[in-house]
Design a protein around this ligand. Sequence first.
Ligand code: ATP
Ligand code: MG
Length: 411
Amino acid sequence: MKISETAMRPLKNPPKDATTTNHKLLVQGGFVRQLMAGVYTYLPFGLRVLRKIEQVVREEMDAIGGEEVLMPMLHPADIWKKSGGWDGVDVLFKLQSRIGKEYALGQSQEEVVTPLMQEFIKSYRDLPKAVYHIQWKFRDELRAKSGILRGREFYMKDMYSWHESQEDFDEFYEKAKEAYLKVFTRLGLVSKVTEASGGSFSDKVSYEFEVLTDAGEANILYCGGCEFCVNVDDIDKYKEGDVCPKCKKRKLEPSKAAEVGNVFDLGEKYVKAFDLSFTDKEGNKKYPVMGCYGIGISRTMGVIVEKFNDDKGILWPEEVAPFKVTLIDLDKKGEAQEIYEQLNDAGVEVLWDDREESAGVKFADSDLIGNPYRVVVSEKTIKAGGVEVKKRSENEVKIVSIEELIKVLNG
Ligand code: ATP
Ligand code: MG
């Protein structure tokens, strides 16, 4: 893509109203625009990142047998009344039509997916099943001021599963936790798994996936020596400075963290409310064990920015970067056109800064946008044998031939 092709370019300065790093850098870099607190438009660069995160999540959900569907955002009130969510879920957005009919905006999808799957789950032979979708969610959050970390409208992957027995559920639960760790590792994040209570969903045990960052809202205690981690907003059994109950070697340290995902054992709450039952091998009617599994895709994008930035801008991990490389031509003698085409032909995602701007502006914007590589071409670099390549995360520059460049970028 050529920068000249998009109207939505980086800004000289961050927005004045932004207080968090992700909000500042995402707006300044040309990734998002805020419509109001907690509600954002994704611009072309931002949409590329969101789609890449989504794709990683999709691949890992498919790999554990999840079937993808797309469920609606507009829900009839009666399903929320049936589950108790109409009065019980404080963040539920409720609306009324012009003839007085009541609706809710999806804040989660148990109320839709459970009656949906009632049609398809009749016998033990139909189990286990896992269904997921990637869809916008709406929540009447009281505080939405951490950029895209806490939205009133946000993008989430939510999966639901049904099992014949608790043992079968537990087995899948473990698989889902492993898949989550894979997702976050691929996204360049270190996520800690905390044990927490099930919140409004259930009294059963749930797990949260937390990324340490001051921009997060969760308060956790973690062990620097092993993977022990606990959310102290939920469980007050542990104190700062306590010896780690797991490895018994280090003391627990406090940190702020952002919850990027979680998994819940829902037990029979929803299957009972919507009478999703099956006939077991002996011919008895039984309720399956149900689980739900969420990943905050838009929040994860914000967390990535919070984790990977410096005073110049964003440093996107390779798997989610909007482009692999920013191409800058310094003297506009036509060398860049050919390199741009060669890179595109080789399947490299390249953002060519073809504007009539100074080298200083182009270098600054390249760092701000944060693609993993920067390639500069000029008469000087051609004379020296090719182009100058630099990693966003390193200071070293190198002159390489185009063939070498393609190898580096595709390697
Ligand atoms: P939180 O404690 O942060 O409010 P939650 O427990 O309400 O999260 P879930 O309902 O389980 O979250 O949603 C699944 C995932 O969706 C969360 O792990 C988080 O990553 C993301 N998420 C939840 N609420 C928001 C929000 N308001 N904005 C952006 N992402 C969110
Ligand atoms: Mg919440």
